[in-house]
Design a protein around this ligand. Structure first.
Ligand SMILES: Cc1cc2nc3c(=O)[nH]c(=O)nc-3n(C[C@H](O)[C@H](O)[C@H](O)COP(=O)(O)OP(=O)(O)OC[C@H]3O[C@@H](n4cnc5c(N)ncnc54)[C@H](O)[C@@H]3O)c2cc1C
Length: 386
């Protein structure tokens, strides 16, 4: 099937890849942007849906354990310390699975994703580090029939996980493990270029970047140098149109349907954040837990006022001069939300922005598309006029 010919979600398509496989037949029930079904997918994956009266579950989804970690021997070239890649490697070495669905980079461009079904540790390691663009991971499901793969570990972001969960019973697998990463504000390859050009001093040499918990974007360049830019100095007027419409209508920041989630947003600066959602997630974690330094999750600061101010400023597309952005950045870094409160700050900011975007661009979808947990969170704030 020619790539990109079938896209029933139209503008809202995140290019998860399902439509580039024979499982396109299920797209109307499976696509995260056509059919929002968190409750039933959470029940399918974890045996229950999240408890909306429990603040941690309201924000972070079903969980059995949550903690912060770093790999004792960080993996060179990984996005953070390489917990995700190491886990994929161990899953093959210890014969838990036959293959790992992960994303390598295209030979021509470091930021163009190339999903693969990795059969060797070297192939998993070649997929380390984020390709910060929409990736059609599920297209490689097309290679499953006849491959001999019966046990699969799928690594991916929320929209990919939701579609995968919806079709998992028809894949012919005996075992499926899902290792998820949180994700927001993804972009097309062209959108990434606009972002890099408007934000970095040297867009053509960026090899790695991350929005970090110290409210700064950290860029690493090909000569090994680093550059940091305060969130508050972003060129909001230009960047408002850069994010993919799929991501502007997404409420699955924390990858609700994965067995295990590895991100950073709920951890202090420089630590990774792990959420074990069910026993399969614990089984995945068992593969690497002895190789981790760990610490409990922490939380400090108050996010609510900063979120409300951010909603208003974003809506007006305000851009602070660089010196003021630096000052605000230093203050927020000192007294602003940290740990789980930082994660809640980020979730609140993105859910309110996305609810506003949906209400303006797809009002007919709002009621069906906004899950109950997001409705509860968004209702705590005053949204801009429609
Ligand atoms: C697009 C994207 C956005 C993210 N946003 C956030 C966020 O807002 N908050 C947060 O806490 N964490 C976020 N993460 C997760 C975080 O950046 C790290 O990837 C995670 O902590 C794992 O780090 P690591 O060193 O263990 O990963 P590594 O060992 O470097 O492995 C990275 C893995 O990411 C996979 N991958 C790379 N690009 C993509 C892609 N485009 N789509 C799907 N999978 C991909 C690769 O297959 C690889 O297995 C995001 C990840 C991605 C890919």
């Amino acid at each position: 099937m020619a790539r990109g010919t079938v896209r029933p979600a139209k503008e809202l398509c995140s290019d998860c890849g399902l439509c580039d496989s024979r499982w396109v037949a299920y797209v109307r029930q499976a696509c995260a942007f056509i059919h929002q079904q968190f409750e039933s997918l959470e029940r399918k994956a974890h045996g229950r849906s999240r408890d909306l009266d429990n603040e941690d579950e309201l924000y972070f989804g079903v969980s059995e354990r949550m903690f912060c970690a770093q790999l004792q021997q960080p993996l060179e070239g990984a996005q953070w310390t390489g917990i995700v890649s190491t886990l994929g490697v161990r899953a093959l070495e210890q014969n838990l699975v036959d293959a790992v669905l992960c994303v390598q980079q295209s030979p021509e461009d470091r930021f163009t994703p190339m999903p693969v079904l990795a059969r060797t540790p070297a192939e998993v390691l070649a997929a380390r580090v984020n390709k910060p663009t929409l990736s059609n991971n599920l297209s490689v499901l097309e290679q499953l029939p006849g491959s001999g793969i019966k046990r699969l570990l799928a690594i991916g972001v929320g929209c990919q996980t939701q579609a995968l969960r919806a079709v998992q019973d028809s894949l012919g697998l005996e075992e499926l493990y899902v290792l998820g990463m949180p994700c927001v504000d993804n972009v097309s390859r062209e959108g990434l270029q606009t972002f890099l050009e408007s934000t970095s001093r040297s867009p053509e040499t960026v090899v790695h970047y991350e929005f970090m918990q110290d409210f700064r974007i950290h860029f690493r360049h090909s000569d090994g140098s680093t550059e940091t830019v305060p969130f508050f100095g972003l060129d909001t007027p230009k960047l408002k149109d850069v994010f993919a419409p799929s991501c502007l209508s997404c409420f699955d920041y924390v990858n609700a349907c994965a067995d295990l989630v590895v991100g950073y947003m709920g951890a202090p600066f420089q630590w990774q954040w792990l959420v074990v959602r069910n026993q399969r997630g614990q089984k995945l974690l068992d593969l690497v837990e002895s190789e981790l330094n760990t610490q409990p999750v922490m939380s400090s600061g108050q996010r609510a006022q900063a979120v409300q101010q951010g909603i208003d400023a974003y809506d007006k597309a305000l851009r602070l001069p660089r010196w003021l952005a630096e000052v605000v950045g230093v203050v927020v870094q000192r007294v602003g939300p940290k740990g789980l409160e930082y994660a809640r700050f980020s979730i609140d900011s993105h859910f309110t922005r996305n609810a506003t975007w949906l209400r303006r661009h797809h009002p007919e979808k709002l009621a069906q598309h906004l899950p109950a947990f997001a409705q509860k969170i968004v209702s705590r704030y005053r949204l801009p006029q429609p």
